[in-house]
Design a protein around this ligand. Sequence first.
Ligand code: GDP
Ligand code: MN
Length: 438
Amino acid sequence: MVGAKSINTALRTVNRNLAASPFARSRRRPYTWLIMKIHEYQSRKILSDAGIPVPPAEVVFTPDEAADAFKKFAAPMCVVKAQVYAGGRGKAGFVRKVTSADEARTAAKFMLTTKMVSPQTGPEGMPVSVLLVAPGVDIALRPGRFDHKDNPAGDEYYLGLTIDRARNTITLIASAEGGMEIEEVAKDNPDKILKIPLHPTLGLQAFQAREVAFQLGFKDKMANQVSSLMLTLARIFKESDADLAEINPLVITTDGKLVVLDAKISFDENALFRHKDIEQMRDESQEKPLDVRAKKANLNYIALDGTIGCLVNGAGLAMATMDIIKLHGGEPANFLDVGGGVTAEGATEAFKIILSDPKVKGILVNIFGGIAKCDLIAEALVKSGEEIGFKVPVVVRLEGTNVDKAREILKGAKSKLPTLIAATDLTDAAKKMVAAVA
Ligand code: GDP
Ligand code: MN
C-alpha cells in the first residue's frame, strides 16, 4: 500500500538536516533507520571484488583467533579493528596497532568485552562481537611532501559518494586531509573538501575523476589509478543503491602502492528487494532492538524524540498526524505506519513497540478505515488494549467505512479501558492528546 517514495519523503521531512551532510548523519543517529549498514570487512570485500586494492585481513570472533591471525600474517605489526555499525573507532581505541600475538589477544579481549563509545554511538555505546585483523601498512607521504616531520603518520585521503539531498544528486566528496580528523576538517576547513555533483544519468565522468585526482595532488600513473578507483567506487554506489560509499583512509604505502585501509558502505533499505546478497549481510545485533522488531512485524517505525506515540495507517496520514501534533504544541515520539490492512496482531505489536519507549506519555491512534473497516480496527484496538493494558492515555480517531459501528465499540470498551479517549476528528484528537500529556 505505502510506497517507498512516501516513506522517504516522510523521513526527509522528519529531519531534513540529518540527510544534508554525510558527516552529520551518523553522528546524530547511532543506528540504522531505513539505511542498512554493513561491517567494514563486508565493505572491503565489495570493493576488492570490484578490483579496488584492499590489503588482506581476517575476520575473527575471539581473542585467541586474533592471536592466531597475527601469527598467520607474520607481519611486524598488525591492526586489530572492531567491526561495529559506527565510526570514530580509531579515536575510541577500537582500532589498535599491535606488534605481537599477545598484544593482539589483549586488544581483541578489550574490544569484545567493552562497549564502544564514540561521537557516533551515543553515551550507551555499542557492543562489538566481530573483529578484523589486518597486517599493518606503512603509510607514505603524498607527492611533494618529503619529510615525515610534518606528518609522521603519513598522508591519508578521503573519498566518498553520497546523495546530496539539497541538490538531489549523487555527490563525490574527496579530500587530501582524510583520516580520523575528517569531521573537523569538514567543519573548520571546508575548502579542503572537494564536492563534485554527478550528472544524473552519466554519473561520474572520467574527466571529472582525473581532475579530482590532480586536485588531490596525484600525478602520472598514480593519478590514473586514483581516478579509476573513483570511477569503480561510483559504479558500486549506483549499482548497489548505496546511500554512502566511503573510503577513509585511502593511502599510498611506502613501497608505492595505493591501498584502502577502511571502507564503509550503507544502502537504501527501500532498494534492498533487488539486492538479496546485500540484505543477507545484515547484522541485527548491531541494530536497535525495536527497529528489528518493527521490521519483523512489517511496520514502518522510526523513533523520534517527543512524548506522543503515533499509530497510523499510511505514511501520508502519519506525516499529517505528526504535523498536527506539532501544530497543537506536542512532540511526536515516533513515526509508525502499520500499513493498509491493520490486524489485531499488527496493532498489538505496534502498541508494544511504542509503549516500550519510556519517553511515551500518550498514544494517538489515527486510522482511516478504507481497506480495513473501522469496526474491525476498533475491535483490534480493544483487544490489544486488554492484552497490554494501556498505562498511558490513548486517543483514538477513526474515520471511514463503518465508523459509527466502531464508535459504539469504543464506547462499550470504556469501562475496560479507562485511558481510552475517543476523538471526533483529527484536530480534536491532537488537542485531546496534547492536553493529556501536558
Ligand atoms: P575509523 O576511526 O573508524 O575510521 O577507523 P580506521 O580503520 O579508519 O582507522 C583509524 C586510523 O588508524 C586510520 O586513519 C589510520 O591512521 C590508522 N590505521 C588503520 N589501519 C592502519 C594500518 O594498516 N597502518 C597504519 N599505519 N595505520 C593504520
Ligand atoms: Mn576510517
